[in-house]
Design a protein around this ligand. Sequence first.
Ligand SMILES: CC(C)(COP(=O)(O)OP(=O)(O)OC[C@H]1O[C@@H](n2cnc3c(N)ncnc32)[C@H](O)[C@@H]1OP(=O)(O)O)[C@@H](O)C(=O)NCCC(=O)NCCS
Length: 161
Amino acid sequence: MTKEFKRTVELNSDHEIGGFSCGVPELDAWLRDLALRNQKENTSRTFVLADGENVVAFYCLAAANVERELLPSSKQRDSPRDVPLISLGRLAVAIEFQGLGLGALLVRDAIARSLAATEHVAAKFMRVDAKDDDVAKFYERFGFTADPRNPRALYLKFPKR
Ligand SMILES: CC(C)(COP(=O)(O)OP(=O)(O)OC[C@H]1O[C@@H](n2cnc3c(N)ncnc32)[C@H](O)[C@@H]1OP(=O)(O)O)[C@@H](O)C(=O)NCCC(=O)NCCS
């Protein structure tokens, strides 16, 4: 199954998103109502896996920053007051495609795209906000570590140059 879905592409207006359902209505609504608008306004980029034009999975990325004091204490060293990062935003797989490795494919793809972006715009971490403790465990599989004060906020440090 995953053989057919190797690469993400940027969401565009030809993609079919109206019927997307991942089991979390807020995420479905975000894709349907806001993803393309945010794309145009440069407030997030959405990348999708599509079966033809039919979107079966997506995530979004945006530039962000965080006050050093709000980072886990282990990550505050050698940082300016405002620390640049890349935010991995909404990420979801359509219900009928869950459990097939597509979520893992999306996270790896998001890390690869973010690393490529840091060639031109510096960022010290990727950050993701997990919607529950279970999903936080899912992100830990890819090297994200949870903030002990807020276990649903997870960080992945980019390698030093
Ligand atoms: C969470 C989600 C993205 C996972 O995608 P998926 O395609 O089902 O996951 P994968 O098949 O790639 O799973 C990869 C591994 O993570 C594990 N995993 C999947 N979902 C998990 C979860 N919710 N919690 C913990 N581990 C999970 C799988 O068991 C699998 O482990 P294995 O490699 O040992 O078999 C998907 O279930 C989803 O879209 N859920 C609804 C929306 C959501 O919760 N999004 C996260 C918003 S923060």
